[in-house]
Design a protein around this ligand. Structure first.
Ligand code: NAP
Length: 266
């Protein structure tokens, strides 16, 4: 684990990965092919038992844009990879502003969103989703992580099956059952779960990725309505949705940085 600020400049090129996703962890393995780099992964510290990626890891917020700017300077970071979740908009904005200020290259990975299936309704946020479903005939599988669960706390008519990794801190709707589970999930088990609880609506974020996609496939198999919360705008940086391509782009950035350093004799 990495703690405190390192004021000595490393001979290696230090790359900060903003993580918290399975792709960020996969990336670390692939980046080992790039010569002369040192990787630090940053996690927000939301989960009580995070899956720690290999290598150096720091945990906790930076303290907004100012905090991240100071960190990038103090740690001599020469490139940042934003591999955070598509719904983690605040940290991505901080990264965009801090990197822009310091003229540090920022590469952004974003998994492609899921494509609509039948009975698919897009909504802008959890509050709109909550306003659509509070009827006594509705049995809702709420699978949006724990941060936005509070949007449903005033729903009194619908029944909810809620799945999160750690327990939500906000109030839950009164008619609900909470299960604590971490993906990846599998189609057969997802179908069984939706059937057993007689679910007729799935509410999810459009997170993308394969680990939690079986719930969408299960909804399609069972003809269940799917209410999908659209992604927020994270930043204006062009995103890359292929990990191999991202590694290639970062390799180019690092090569340029190495050249500049050797010209400057640093
Ligand atoms: P967020 O709204 O963008 O971030 C809130 C604050 O958490 C940020 O301002 C920052 O604090 C800190 N933070 C977020 N990601 C960080 C990171 N990788 N390293 C250090 N600090 C970080 O993000 P969020 O939606 O709360 O998500 C938190 C983390 O969980 C993200 O890293 C994301 O990849 C992961 N995650 C999120 C979701 C989701 O649905 N939102 C799902 C799966 C995983 P400071 O301002 O103090 O720097």
């Amino acid at each position: 684990m990495h703690s405190g600020l390192n004021t000595s400049r490393s001979k290696l090129l230090r790359v900060l990965i903003l993580g918290g996703t399975s792709e960020a962890s996969q990336l670390i393995t692939s980046l080992k092919t790039i010569p002369n780099i040192e990787i630090i992964t940053s996690l927000a510290g939301r989960l009580t038992q995070p899956k720690l990626p290999s290598g150096t890891v720091r945990i906790g917020g930076f303290g907004g844009i100012e905090g991240l700017t100071s960190y990038l300077i103090a740690e001599h970071i020469c490139a940042v990879v934003d591999a955070t979740h598509p719904f983690a908009a605040k940290i991505s904005k901080s990264a965009e502003v801090a990197c822009d200020r310091l003229d540090i290259p920022l590469l952004a990975f974003e998994r492609p969103p899921w494509k609509p299936i039948d009975k698919w309704i897009n909504v802008p946020d959890a509050h709109v989703a909550a306003s659509l479903i509070d009827k006594s005939e509705n049995r809702v599988f709420l699978s949006i992580g724990r941060q936005d669960i509070g949007a449903f706390k005033l729903c009194t008519q619908a029944w909810f099956l809620i799945r999160t990794i750690d327990p939500p801190e906000d109030f839950l709707p009164i008619r609900c059952r909470l299960i604590l589970e971490r993906g990846p999930f599998h189609l057969g088990a997802e179908i069984d779960m939706l059937r057993k609880s007689s679910i007729n609506i799935l509410i999810t974020k459009n997170s993308g990725g394969i680990a939690t996609y079986p719930k969408i496939e299960a909804a399609r198999e069972l003809g269940i309505k799917v209410i999908v919360i659209n992604r927020p705008k994270k930043h204006s940086v062009a995103t890359i949705s292929d990990l191999g391509e991202l590694v290639q782009e970062l390799a180019k950035v690092c090569e340029l940085k190495s050249l500049t350093r050797s010209k400057q004799g640093t």
